[in-house]
Design a protein around this ligand. Structure first.
Ligand code: B12
Length: 274
């Protein structure tokens, strides 16, 4: 396992590769992707109430789960770890994978690890996952304002990110901020691939995400290189309260595991973080 210390970080003049390399080598094989960004790119598109409290040139990394995460990380995690009540099993797996990768690769660095489901005391999300994915170049965030002559009158439409390889078959899981790592002009802000370019397709995407998200058609707005397996689809289409029973029926949990309390995102939607 490659380890990065403050000393090696200084020697490599805090290279982005010095962070992305070790993180990627831990997390890619588990079905995650990692994308670097500068805190300033994120803060510059958000109002102060959502800002990360770090300098503009601090390095951050956004972590996505791809369709492979379910088979490569989640199912093995269930076999080797015991699920802790009350939190969601996928959240526990992601936390385990990301925290292990960070502590093993960067034992001496201060890293602020924020997960998609975590809230601040103000009840705001700890980071806006879609904004982070967009400014890192990982996945274009299609928002209402990206549609000219909107057909929805005054209605608020939630935006959605589309990944160039996985369409909507992915999730945005975590943001890591490397407080000790300052990045200079070597990191250039990439434009995310605009894979839903026409007004008509953007309308179709936002309507699918807002009005029919349960049928998952928004995920197929562009053809994905890989989508969720049958088993993964069955898991995510099962209401969260019944997922432990499903895992038990697959023989992946001992019989006596109790039901989890659900996080607010899941309570509202009864759907989970698929
Ligand atoms: C709260 C929440 C919900 C709430 C409210 C939704 C919302 N968007 O507000 C509810 C419960 C309704 C919900 C539902 C769902 N959600 Co939800 N949800 C979240 C959560 C936790 C926070 C979103 C939030 O509060 N945003 C705050 C608002 C104000 O942000 P905003 O609208 O983006 O506005 C900001 C930007 O516009 C930015 N901005 C301004 N100008 C510019 C310019 C640029 C260029 C950029 C980039 C940004 C930018 O400034 C604004 C803030 O001032 C995120 C995870 C996370 N931590 O971010 C997941 C998340 C958005 N949800 C997700 C999903 C998939 C869903 C569901 C399909 C259910 C599911 N889990 O399968 C449904 C579908 C939505 C629907 N039709 O109801 C995914 C979306 C993935 C994607 N591909 O985009 C996320 C990212 C979770 C994840 N782990 O991947 N969700």
């Amino acid at each position: 396992m490659p380890r990065v210390t403050k000393a090696t970080m200084a020697a490599s003049s805090a290279s982005v590769e010095g962070v992305i390399g070790p993180l990627g080598s831990c997390l890619t094989k588990l079905g995650f992707e990692v994308y670097p960004l500068k805190v300033g790119w994120y803060n510059s598109v958000l109002p102060p109430s959502f800002h990360l409290p770090y300098p503009d040139d601090a390095l951050a990394v956004v972590v996505l789960s791809t369709p492979a995460m379910f088979e490569q990380a989640f199912l093995p995690f269930l076999e080797h770890s015991s699920i802790q009540k009350p939190s969601d099993p996928i959240d526990q797996c992601v936390r385990h994978c990301v925290s292990t990768a960070v502590s093993q690769s960067f034992p001496e660095l201060k890293v602020d690890v924020r997960f998609d489901y975590e809230l601040l005391p103000s009840r705001k999300p700890k980071f806006l996952a879609q904004t982070a994915a967009h400014v890192s170049g990982a996945a274009f965030y299609y928002q209402q304002s990206d549609v000219a002559d909107q057909p929805w009158a005054e209605r608020k439409m939630f935006g959605v990110c589309v990944h160039p390889s996985f369409g909507g078959w992915f999730a945005i899981r975590a943001l890591l901020v490397f407080e000790d790592v300052t990045v200079g002009s070597e990191l250039v802000r990439p434009d995310p691939p605009d894979c839903v370019a026409s007004r008509g397709d953007r309308i179709k995407l936002l309507e699918a995400f807002n009005f029919h998200w349960q049928d998952w058609s928004y995920r197929d707005i562009v053809p994905g290189r890989q989508t969720y397996s049958e088993r993964q689809r069955e898991y995510f289409s099962t209401p969260p309260a019944q997922r432990l029973a499903l895992l038990r029926s697959w023989g992946l949990l001992p019989k006596e595991e109790a039901q989890p309390d659900l996080n607010p995102h899941e309570q509202n939607q009864a759907n989970g973080h698929g």
